[in-house]
Design a protein around this ligand. Structure first.
Ligand SMILES: Nc1ncnc2c1ncn2[C@@H]1O[C@H](COP(=O)(O)OP(=O)(O)O)[C@@H](O)[C@H]1O
Ligand SMILES: [Mg+2]
Length: 200
């Protein structure tokens, strides 16, 4: 069954192949889809507002409350030649862009909407599709927060089955604290409802 047709009550979390944790997210990784419990406002906004067909934008659908489902993406590696080059290019462009504008790079990683848009415009000059994707994620995320923070760490980029670079988790709300739980168990909860009822 296609990932986007799955219902929350049909998913058995104990069958996940792997579990993975970010600051805001617990991810249950299955063969070709991923179930996430996340309090990341950007994911929520993407699931609700973003229906773009741009190939670089991650696909995500809300299952129930703060539970989401996505296709499984693969971590970005240097062997993904084209995607890796695009990723490196974005990193360098960001640094160049700030150095040119402000004489320095900005370590705080706090960027307001206008500054992010200006970077999106810069990116569009070189890679229209990637720049449009960044702009679209930005426009979506600012429905939920004014405190955007760019995170171009490699782990937040992925590739899809065709090797296309996915801007999977490149924006966050820097004023929000994640769940940051150290417990994540796939043995304990069989269903999403069980987890919700246990206040997970
Ligand atoms: N669509 C996905 N495909 C494969 N792994 C994923 C996917 N989404 C999340 N993950 C895994 O879950 C981890 C945390 O997800 P991420 O979106 O980066 O969360 P956070 O918002 O907490 O940073 C990632 O490092 C990755 O291992
Ligand atoms: Mg992340």
């Amino acid at each position: 069954m296609a990932w986007h047709n799955k219902k929350y009550n049909e998913i058995n979390l104990t069958l996940a192949e792997k579990v993975s944790k970010g600051l805001f997210t617990n991810a249950y990784i299955f063969n070709d889809y991923v179930v996430l419990q996340s309090n990341c406002i950007v994911k929520e906004c993407l699931a609700i507002f973003n229906h773009s067909n741009n190939r670089h934008i991650p696909k995500i659908k809300r299952l129930y409350n703060d539970w989401y489902i996505m296709p499984k993406y693969t971590p970005l590696k240097a062997s993904n030649k084209k995607a890796y080059t695009q990723y490196k290019f974005m990193l360098e462009l960001l640094e160049k862009y700030y150095t040119r504008l402000y004489g320095t790079i900005f370590d705080k990683k706090y960027y307001n909407y206008d500054v992010c848009c200006a970077f999106a415009d810069e990116l569009k000059k070189y890679d229209r599709s990637l720049g449009n994707a960044f702009q679209s994620i930005l426009d979506t995320a600012c429905n939920g927060t004014n405190f955007l923070c760019l995170d171009f760490a490699k782990g937040n980029f992925s590739v899809d089955g065709k090797g296309v670079l996915i801007l999977r988790d490149i924006l966050a709300d820097c004023n929000k604290t994640g769940y940051n739980r150290n417990k994540i168990s796939r043995k304990k909860y069989k269903t999403i409802i069980e987890a919700i009822e246990d206040n997970m």
